[in-house]
Design a protein around this ligand. Structure first.
Ligand SMILES: C[S@@+](CC[C@H](N)C(=O)[O-])C[C@H]1O[C@@H](n2cnc3c(N)ncnc32)[C@H](O)[C@@H]1O
Length: 293
């Protein structure tokens, strides 16, 4: 089991729920109101297009305002949306409705990925858990992973993105995060970073770590998934070249340059040397059937 910081904050679903209730529509805007956000969306979306086929049963766990659920429905999947935040679920209903897809959703329900009690074993062909939802479960992340695996059928896929330790540290520059730098040692357990473990719990919220989280290096995330019994097919970084919050106005105002940056990011996101560069680490994994290896 991963070591935890002495003063680490424990998973507090009420606080995460309140944060995302208040974050509201900004969660939708995150992937559309900047060049980097739109590229982040494209990087994540490509894995859905690769794995999801018409008529598959798909869980969008931590669906937020439903951006990826809309894509999944457009791919022909039967999609169940689950989120902790009632505000995010209301936004998901509203965005699905605007896209004329609300009736196509199989179910939209409030739930916690650490305890998906209302969902039977092996219900889904594919389980998506995008946007750090696993990271917000802090020390409960092994249980969240266990639940996501339980509701996924043998030979089904789990596609998840978590918060990257090193990618998040790369935000210090664009955010000019003086307060964080002054107290970095209080927020991060460097012993865990430098040990073989590569999984780090933030100790408390800070302007950059808005909620307590578990952060992963690519090595740490890979071993967590493999230890859980998953076969990792592919890993990627989002976004590997230009971190969020970086001022890139001359690129952004040129359609050609923005398209070129998107092409570069989509190519670079799978480069092994850049896996730890983006704020999100993505993994496409398969739940191997017992006895199939
Ligand atoms: C950063 S948003 C990502 C939303 C969406 N998956 C996306 O990538 O656009 C994280 C979402 O996970 C939800 N969430 C956080 N912890 C959760 C938990 N334990 N169970 C279910 N949902 C959770 C939040 O309410 C929020 O809507």
């Amino acid at each position: 089991m991963p070591r935890k910081n002495g003063s680490q904050m424990i998973y507090d679903p009420a606080s995460v729920r309140q944060y995302f209730d208040e974050f509201s529509e900004r969660e939708w805007d995150r992937l559309s109101d900047s060049t980097q956000g739109r590229i982040k969306y494209r990087i994540h979306r490509q894995f859905l297009e690769k794995v999801v086929r018409p008529e598959m049963h798909v869980l969008d766990a931590g669906c937020g305002p439903g951006r990826f659920a809309i894509d999944l429905i457009k791919l022909g999947a039967n999609v169940t949306l689950v989120d902790l935040s009632s505000v995010q679920l209301e936004l998901a209903r509203s965005h699905l409705s605007k896209a004329n897809l609300l009736q196509e959703a199989t179910a939209i329900q409030q739930g916690d990925i650490t305890r998906l009690d209302t969902i039977d074993d092996s219900t889904f062909d594919v389980t998506i858990c995008y946007g750090s939802t696993i990271s917000y479960t802090c020390q409960e992340f092994p249980r969240a992973l266990e639940e996501l695996m339980r509701v996924t059928r043998p030979d089904g896929h789990i596609i998840a993105s978590v918060t990257s330790l090193f990618g998040t540290l790369r935000l210090v520059g664009p955010l000019d995060a003086r307060d964080f730098i002054r107290s970095a040692d209080c927020h991060l357990d460097w012993k865990a970073v430098l040990s073989g473990e590569q999984i780090v719990y933030t100790k408390s919220g800070s302007p950059e770590f808005h909620q307590p989280m578990v952060l992963f290096t690519s090595v740490g995330f890979l071993s967590v998934l493999e230890d859980a019994g998953l076969t990792v097919i592919e890993m990627a970084s989002s976004n590997p070249i230009v971190p969020s919050f970086t001022a890139i106005s001359s690129i952004a105002e040129s359609v050609g340059a923005s398209a070129e940056l998107e092409r570069l990011e989509l190519t670079a996101c799978k480069a092994p040397g850049l896996l730890d560069a983006g704020e999100h680490l993505i993994a496409v994994a398969k739940k191997t059937s017992v006895g199939s290896e």
